[in-house]
Write a protein that binds this ligand. Structure first.
Ligand SMILES: C[S@@+](CC[C@H](N)C(=O)[O-])C[C@H]1O[C@@H](n2cnc3c(N)ncnc32)[C@H](O)[C@@H]1O
Length: 269
C-alpha cells in the first residue's frame, strides 16, 4: 500500500488522515487525540460513513465530535491478488477470513489508535447489542470494529486479540458493515454534544428499561383520529402520568421480558 493507493484506509471527520503501512507515516498520520474514535476494519471501506455521514451523526463527524477511520482489509491480503480468505479447514461451504490478514489489519488499527480501544467483531454469534452497551461505548474513547464477510473470521484471531463478539440480532447479514453502522449510530448519538436539547436520549425507549409512550404532532385531527385530550390539556403533571402509564402498558404488551426485568428492578430499589 502506498500513500497514493486508493485502497488506503479512509478517514472521515475534521482532519483528513492518509494512513500508510510505513512506520514514519503511521506516526505522522496518527488519529486525533481526545476525540471519540471509530476504527472499522472492512473489505468495503467505501461504505463508510454511509448513513453515519447524514443528519446528527454526520454533523458531529464534520464538527469533530468523533472521528471515523475505515481500514481497508484488502491491502493486507496475500500475494498478487491480495487474497484475504481461504477454504474452511475440515471442509464445508464458503470461505473464511485468514487470521494473518485480519491480524495485520488489527495491528495497524492498534498502532494508529491514540489509546487502547475495545475491539469488537460484529457476529451473529455474539452477545446481543443493547442500549447499555451503546452508553458504555459512548462513555469511552471509541471502538475498533471488525466487519466479517463470507463464513466469518478464523477463530484464532478472535482468541489471540481477545475480541468481543457482538450481534445486532438473531438473523444473518451478508457482512458486518450494516451492523457496524447501526452500532456506531446508537453509540455516537450518546456522545455529549451530538444530540441537541430537543433530542434528549434520556426519555427514549430502552433508556429507562421501558418502551417509549406514543408520540403525536399536528394536525390535532387526522383522518378522524384525535390526539389524546390529556396531551392538549397543558397540564404537565397529568401528561407525565399518562406517558408513564402508556409506556408501562406498551412494554407489558410488547416486551414481557423487559416488563419482568422492570418489575424486578423496582422491587430491588
Ligand atoms: C454471512 S455472515 C457469517 C455467518 C457465520 N457463518 C455464522 O453462521 O455465524 C458474514 C458476516 O456478517 C456479519 N454478520 C452477520 N450477521 C450478523 C449479526 N446478526 N450481527 C452482527 N454481524 C453480523 C458478521 O461480521 C459475519 O462475519
Amino acid at each position: 500500500m502506498t500513500d497514493t493507493d486508493n485502497t488506503a484506509p479512509k478517514s472521515h471527520g475534521r482532519k483528513t488522515l492518509r494512513p500508510s503501512l510505513k512506520p514514519r507515516a503511521l506516526m505522522e498520520d496518527a488519529q486525533l487525540a481526545n476525540t471519540w474514535t471509530a476504527q472499522v476494519i472492512t473489505l468495503f471501506p467505501d461504505s463508510f460513513p454511509g448513513v453515519l455521514g447524514q443528519s446528527l451523526t454526520g454533523k458531529a463527524l464534520k464538527d469533530g465530535l468523533w472521528q471515523l477511520d475505515a481500514i481497508d482489509l484488502r491491502p493486507f491480503g496475500i500475494g498478487k491478488h491480495r487474497n484475504v480468505d481461504d477454504t474452511p479447514a475440515g471442509g464445508g461451504a464458503g470461505m473464511v477470513l485468514r487470521p494473518d490478514v485480519v491480524g495485520a489489519a488489527i495491528e495497524l488499527a492498534q498502532q494508529r489508535a491514540q489509546v487502547p480501544l475495545p475491539l469488537i467483531y460484529l457476529s451473529p454469534r455474539g452477545k446481543p447489542f443493547t442500549q447499555s452497551m451503546a452508553k458504555s461505548l459512548a462513555a469511552g474513547p471509541g471502538v475498533t470494529l471488525l466487519c466479517g464477510r463470507f463464513e466469518g473470521v478464523d477463530e484464532r484471531v478472535l482468541e489471540h486479540y481477545g475480541v468481543t463478539e457482538v450481534s445486532l440480532g438473531d438473523y444473518v447479514l451478508t457482512g458486518g458493515e450494516i451492523a457496524a453502522q447501526a452500532l456506531l449510530d446508537a453509540s455516537v448519538r450518546l456522545i455529549p454534544g451530538v444530540l441537541g436539547n430537543a433530542d434528549s436520549a434520556e426519555e427514549e425507549s430502552h433508556s429507562n428499561g421501558l418502551l417509549e409512550h406514543p408520540q403525536y404532532t399536528k394536525p390535532a385531527d387526522w383522518q378522524g383520529r384525535h390526539i389524546p385530550d390529556v396531551l392538549m390539556s397543558g397540564h404537565h403533571g397529568q401528561i407525565a402520568k399518562w406517558r408513564q402509564e402508556m409506556s408501562e402498558a406498551l412494554t407489558k404488551a410488547r416486551r414481557p421480558d423487559m416488563w419482568q426485568a422492570a418489575l424486578g428492578s423496582k422491587t430491588t430499589d
